[in-house]
Design a binder for this molecule. Structure first.
Ligand code: NAD
Length: 462
């Protein structure tokens, strides 16, 4: 693996990409489609290697590996819609602009940097890349060093499929990230934690580079008393313990109506048993914590409350059992930082207003989950809370709706992607007004202004 890079090769690669971009080749829609097809084929050809790398980095079960391979569907979607996306969009004009037409032209930004995290280390590199290719950019990818096997597979696929002056990968850790961030890009797309997101934005500001920040945070999950508890528990348990809780939109903590707390806890315990057996450590369907550093951080969080179920750990395997915890102090790290692991605090409320106030008093989360049968209550919560997205009566599934832009707000992120939003994120909307010199309908604008004021007042509304 290429771990250390001097500044010179980065500058060289960037220069080569700028030169390639300047040839205008990436503006050709057929070229973009060709490259998307090449990427799709390369992923299909390397399917086994990708699944193995995910297994090695995160003990990801094969079935969950296929969730990452769903990027193939994203490529198909982009291929199907690209002709429509690239088309300039006509907008209406007011009479004083006659004769003329106004259109929005989506144009590529140039050379973009994509930095990825380790939790879905394949798809979170490739998914933004699809948008970058579709929009006609050159790209430089920096996968997470914390998932080294997947980082290598991403590098292999990209290096075998594309010329480095178009798309390339730089593997490595923080030092490589820092070297990259010192350079000027036309866009930076970052997926990772809020803390590093701030570092990325600060570095980008020096060059006035626009950023998309796909960050994390504490996504609450409200469970009201009127729902089928067993059905809610099934979906909560799945969304929380998928990938051993290392999912940016996993429910971070539960806010459950006091009346059904015991019933919900019992149902989640039952689901854990159904999904992973009596001993989840032996389940082929349960993941592991990515690194010892994360393992130590998470085992530290286990001290922040009373364990209801789970709590077992094994440092050699970096195993942490699916855990429910209560009596957590709101000032303790478990309620102050994103958990990002298989530990689920259970908090209770008596009136729904308390749950809403609790959420609104904290940083805006990436996802908000509500289990409730009451439509009026669902709408009330949609309208009276702020979050990147909302999912009612399910968890995590919102990420699978291609046409829903995916992203955070406030501390959970800036910008969004998926489907058309990916194309928009990597495009500049260029505004173009085209006029003719045939005649001048709006000649009132020219001085001298004498005798024109009354008409202008009437036209512009005073
Ligand atoms: P991270 O912020 O630690 O690292 C992300 C990337 O930043 C890595 O490639 C890493 O090498 C690089 N990096 C680390 N330190 C850096 C520094 N000082 N300067 C420059 N670059 C640096 O995030 P992570 O631990 O890989 O991922 C976990 C976080 O990502 C969680 O907070 C999770 O919620 C979030 N996440 C968000 C999404 C989303 O789509 N919104 C998806 C997955 C993960």
């Amino acid at each position: 693996m290429q771990t250390m890079l001097t500044t010179t090769p980065i500058i060289d690669i960037l220069e080569q990409q700028r030169q390639f971009f300047a040839t205008g080749k990436t503006k050709d829609v057929n070229f973009r489609k060709e490259q998307l097809k090449n990427l799709k084929q390369a992923i299909i050809n390397n399917k086994e290697a990708i699944l193995q790398a995910l297994k090695s980095d995160l003990n990801k079960p094969e079935l969950e590996g296929y969730y990452e391979l769903a990027v193939i569907q994203d490529i198909k979607y982009a291929l199907k819609n690209l002709n429509a996306w690239v088309k300039p969009k006509k907008v209406t004009i007011t009479p004083e602009q006659f004769p003329g037409t106004a259109r929005i032209y989506p144009e590529p930004l140039g050379v973009v940097l994509i930095i990825g995290p380790w939790n879905y280390p394949f798809s979170l590199m490739i998914s933004p890349l699809i948008g970058a290719i579709a929009a006609g950019n050159c790209s430089l990818l920096k996968p997470s060093e914390i998932a080294p096997s997947t980082s290598q597979v991403v590098a292999k696929i990209i290096h075998e499929t594309f010329l480095p002056n178009y798309i390339t990968v730089m593997e490595g850790g923080v030092e490589v990230s820092k070297q990259l961030l010192a350079e000027k890009f036309d866009h930076i797309f970052f997926t990772g934690g809020t803390k590093i997101g701030k570092i990325v934005m600060e570095a980008a500001a020096k060059h006035l580079t626009p950023v998309t920040l796909e960050l994390g945070g504490k996504s609450p999950c409200i469970v009201d008393a009127d729902v089928k508890i067993k059905a809610a528990a099934k979906r909560i348990t799945w969304g929380k313990f998928l990938n051993a809780g290392q999912t940016c939109i996993a429910p971070d903590y539960l806010l459950v109506n006091k009346q059904v707390k015991q019933e919900l806890v019992a149902a989640i315990k039952e689901c854990i048993q159904e999904y992973y057996g009596d001993e989840p450590a032996n389940s082929p369907d349960y993941g592991r914590i990515v690194s010892s550093k994360q393992f130590d951080r998470l085992t530290g969080l286990l001290q922040d409350g009373t364990i209801i179920t789970g709590g077992k750990t094994n440092p050699t395997e970096r195993y942490i059992a699916p855990t429910l915890i209560e009596n957590v102090s709101l000032d303790a790290p478990i309620m102050q930082e994103e958990i990002f692991g298989p530990i689920l605090p259970v908090l209770e409320y008596e009136k729904i207003e308390e749950a809403i106030a609790f959420i609104n008093n904290r940083p805006k989360p990436l996802a908000l989950y509500l289990f409730s049968k009451d439509k009026a209550q669902q709408n009330f919560i949609i309208q009276n809370t702020a979050s990147g997205g909302v999912c009612i009566n399910d968890t995590v599934m919102q990420v699978g709706v291609t046409e829903l832009p995916f992203g955070g707000v406030g501390e959970s992120g800036i910008g969004s992607y998926h489907g058309k939003a990916s194309f928009d994120t990597f495009s500049h909307s260029k505004s173009v007004l085209q006029k003719t010199l045939l005649f001048d309908l709006f000649s009132l604008r020219y001085p001298p202004y004498k005798g024109k004021l009354e008409t202008i007042k009437r036209l512009f509304g005073s």
